[in-house]
Design a binder for this molecule. Structure first.
Ligand code: KG4
Ligand code: ZN
Length: 337
């Protein structure tokens, strides 16, 4: 079974070819990051235009690399939400065009589920499991049962983790995206030098705005007093606190749900301290922790095709080929899919 994956939810245009749910024949990713860098974040309108410009060529490259043509495609898996509405529209319209022209069914895929299933492509993951979803727009703890049913146990009440990384980097003038920059810089700093508050949020919910604001206030205060501060100490203190919060709640969820596997998913799954800490703390509890390779942590169509494959196998049959209506496309929650 051959699935064509399409991902255009943010600033990566990506098309993949996946065979039998496991064998990635191609997974071409075209990043616009250098274009958006000068604006300090993704500009939605520019992102949409670049998707339109590139998508057909990227599909050609991907099909060629996989050694197939459109005639060999059985299904098209496309990201339908969440993301930038204009950017999503490009991928969805492209998918609809191929679907109509070639009579190939479309499987609409939730972007976050794609990030979770990236782990299934590279590891032997056992269900049930807990997924820690950490990206620029999401921070959630999700329970995935034996039948691939998703339950959201909790999420952030304010900023997402990646968003906080980006804002902390911005206030120090370090560039965009902030996550990888802070991650690297943290190794040169002392994590005990700047106090970071521990949010008091119950259950599996998170709050990162207090931690983020304490960094912003600290930097503004130092600037006002015209005193120097050490960005590496801030990076280390911020990162240590954030990773500790994420690890603690994820492990509590894993123990409560009695799962033996945890997967980390989303752009922040690339964070070196989070990968190391959760793996080590999981080991102490007899829980195996998986995370995708660095390239599979970024937005890519390979993970979308994988999620499409599992949706086809285990999904609600009435919903697998859902009509791609545009109503509320950006607002759909994980539970709805
Ligand atoms: O999943 P993703 O590519 O896009 C969304 O769906 O949001 O995640 C992007 C986010 C950005 O906020 C970026 O700063 C963060 O992931 N990120 C990291 C690291 N690499 C990327 N955050 C912390 N440490 C990293 N190494
Ligand atoms: Zn993403």
């Amino acid at each position: 079974m051959i699935i064509l994956g399409i991902e255009t939810s943010c600033d990566e245009t990506s098309i993949s070819v996946l065979k039998d749910g496991k064998e990635m024949l191609s997974n071409h990713i075209s990043s616009q990051i250098d274009i958006h860098k000068e604006y300090g974040g993704v500009v939605p309108e520019i992102a949409s235009r670049h998707h339109i410009k590139n998508i057909a060529t990227i599909m050609e490259i991907s099909l060629k690399e996989a050694g197939i043509t459109l005639d060999d495609i059985d299904y098209i898996a496309v990201t339908y939400a969440p993301g930038l509405i204009g950017a999503l529209l490009v991928g969805i319209s492209f998918a609809k065009g191929i679907s109509y022209g070639r009579d190939i069914p479309i499987i609409p895929v939730h972007h976050i589920k794609g990030h979770i299933y990236a782990n299934f492509l590279e590891h032997k993951v056992e269900l049930p499991l807990i997924a820690l979803v950490v990206s620029g727009g999401h921070t959630n703890i999700i329970y995935l049962d034996e039948n691939h049913k998703f339950t959201n146990l909790g999420g952030t009440l304010d900023d997402a983790v990646g968003e906080s990384y980006d804002k902390v980097a911005r206030v120090m003038g370090l560039g965009y995206p902030g996550g990888p920059i802070i991650d690297k810089l943290a190794y040169e700093g002392d994590s005990n030098n700047i106090p970071m508050p521990e949010p008091r949020v119950g259950g599996y919910d998170f709050s990162f705005s207090g931690v983020k604001t304490s960094v912003i206030n600290y930097v503004n205060k130092m600037n006002m007093k015209q005193e120097e501060y050490n960005p590496a100490d801030i990076a280390a203190s911020f990162q240590t606190r954030v990773v500790d919060i994420l690890c603690k709640k994820t492990l509590v969820a894993a123990k409560e749900k009695k799962v033996k596997n945890i997967v980390i998913a989303g752009g922040v799954a690339a964070n070196s301290l989070l990968r190391k800490e959760l793996l080590e703390r999981g080991k102490l509890e007899g829980i195996e922790v998986f995370y995708p390779s660095m390239i599979m942590c970024t937005d890519n169509a390979g993970m979308i095709a994988a999620a499409g494959y599992y949706k086809l196998k285990f999904g609600d049959k009435n919903k697998v080929f859902a009509n791609l209506k545009l109503n509320g496309i950006a607002n759909m929650e994980i539970e709805e899919d």
